[in-house]
Structures are given as structure tokens and as C-alpha cells.
Design a protein around this ligand. Structure first.
Ligand code: GDP
Length: 139
């Protein structure tokens, strides 16, 4: 099934000029970029995006970090795009990430882990809509 998923190249990766390298891994996996932009989230915008994690002990640290610098947000489309992207991202904690994944190659630690990807169809829909209007996505 063709799906769409939201990708974020996080501040730690953008700060190290890794956007191109990460987008290359995404494209080589066969995912199509159907929308893309660079944004610098405010703290409130980061808190809104990660609202599901509000009760987690790392919420303040995570949202502070996500608003600390620019990020590259994109919508990826492809067959089974949600799981496919989760697979090439690798585990949340880079210490557990498999060889060949984005997080294994670039993540600094469990928080500064270089990329975000939606984890299910419902979250993908909400997350895409958080950043992009219909007009901003090619069809
Ligand atoms: P993901 O779906 O793999 O991104 O992982 P989660 O949904 O569980 O967590 C969202 C994000 O919160 C992760 O990508 C990390 O940036 C951050 N995070 C997750 N677990 C921890 C943690 O134990 N400590 C800190 N500081 N950040 C975490």
C-alpha cells in the first residue's frame, strides 16, 4: 500500500550539514520526497508536535532541543513508507541501531538522534498536517 510519512532531520544533523547525506539515504531506499522545507520551530511549536510525550520525563529536554536550531521537514511517499522509513532510521537509541541505518551512522545519543519518522498511519496523517498544507505536496 502506498503511504505517506513525516520525516524530520533534527537540529543535531542540520548543525553538522548532514541534510544531503540523510536525504540521499532516504532516496536510495526508494522513498519519494513529495514536500520539503526548512523551519526553525519555536518552543511552543515543538511542544505541540510532541504533545503525546507530554508526560515523559524527557519532554522539556526534547522540546528544548528540537527548537534549538533549524530542521528539515519532509513528506515521504512510497510502498509501506511508514515502516520502510522506520527501518532505515534505526532504533531510537543509536547504541541499539543496526548497521546501515541513519541513526547508526549519524545519531549522537538517544535524544540527539538525527531523525524523526511517523510510527503509524494515524500519526503520519496528523504529523504531515502539522507542517504541510495540501497545496505544498506534489500529487
Ligand atoms: P522515536 O519514534 O524512535 O523517535 O522514539 P520515541 O517516539 O520513543 O521518542 C521521541 C524522541 O524523544 C526520540 O526520537 C528522542 O529524540 C527522544 N527520546 C526518546 N527517549 C528518550 C530518552 O530516554 N531520553 C531523552 N533525553 N530523549 C529521548
Amino acid at each position: 500500500m502506498t503511504q505517506r510519512t513525516l520525516s524530520i532531520i533534527k537540529p543535531d544533523a542540520v548543525a553538522r550539514n548532514l541534510e544531503g547525506a540523510i536525504l540521499k539515504m532516504i532516496q536510495e531506499a526508494g522513498l519519494k520526497i513529495i514536500a520539503i522545507k526548512m523551519v526553525h520551530l519555536s518552543l511552543e511549536e515543538a511542544r505541540g508536535f510532541y504533545a503525546v510525550h507530554q508526560q515523559r520525563p524527557f519532554f522539556d529536554s526534547l522540546t528544548g532541543y528540537m527548537s534549538s536550531g533549524p530542521v528539515v521537514v519532509s513528506v515521504l511517499e512510497g510502498e509501506g513508507a511508514i515502516d520502510k522509513y522506520r527501518k532505515i532510521m534505526g532504533a531510537t537509541n543509536p547504541e541499539n541501531a543496526e548497521q546501515g541505518t541513519i541513526r547508526k551512522a549519524y545519531a549522537l545519543d538517544i535524544e540527539k538522534n538525527s531523525v524523526h519518522g511517523s510510527d503509524a498511519p494515524e500519526t503520519a496523517e496528523t504529523e504531515v498536517a502539522y507542517f504541510f498544507s495540501r497545496l505544498e505536496m506534489v500529487r
